[in-house]
Design a protein around this ligand. Sequence first.
Ligand code: SAH
Length: 205
Amino acid sequence: MFQLSLRRRGISDQAVLRTMEEVPRDLFVEETDRDAAYRDSALPIACGQTISQPFVVAYMTEQLQLQKKHRVLEIGAGSGYQAAVLSRLAGQVLTVERYRKLAEAARARLEKLGCHNVEVMLGDGLNLPANIGPFDRIIVTAAIEQLPENLVERLEVGGILIAPIGPHHGVQTLVRLSRTEAGIERKELVEVRFVPALPGVAREL
Ligand code: SAH
């Protein structure tokens, strides 16, 4: 049913559909929401954040056109669900989260599931140390008003970056950037709603 509903909504990449079927989303939601884990909706997680809607996870993953050799950066680990999906299709995944509590819970889940090619880092994904990267793929899973230059600079030639760009509270546009030898190509995809990307590591645990 889960795969069927994603297919109906237009996801056609077989590897993405299979991966969505394989990753147990119920392990990434709050215990009280287990029954709702396979519905196509975002759900609340700790620290006032959300786990993205399955369709959006599948759509963004499909847009990334992942290969096993790719090194991927995710900004906004949240529950770790998107990272688990990425880990099955890419080579290496670095996912950054600004809440310690979420980073630790995501790390524990990913370890338990055997996603050994994912590293969860506590930090500000919008202001990463200069020595991190470059990456073949970058996925931002929190709303940003503008794309920081220092992120685009971390994208390899041939690389794809996908991010929800728009107001923090409201509707954002999912934007895909492709870096080619000639420069950057930009394509606007669909409208989405993400929780805001905020600066710095969160003070709360
Ligand atoms: N991809 C997640 C959902 C992301 S929700 C999943 O699959 O569950 C957005 C997450 O981005 C939140 O956990 C939020 O704390 C985090 N975030 C917001 N701003 C950030 C920043 N500057 N650096 C790192 N993480 C950030």
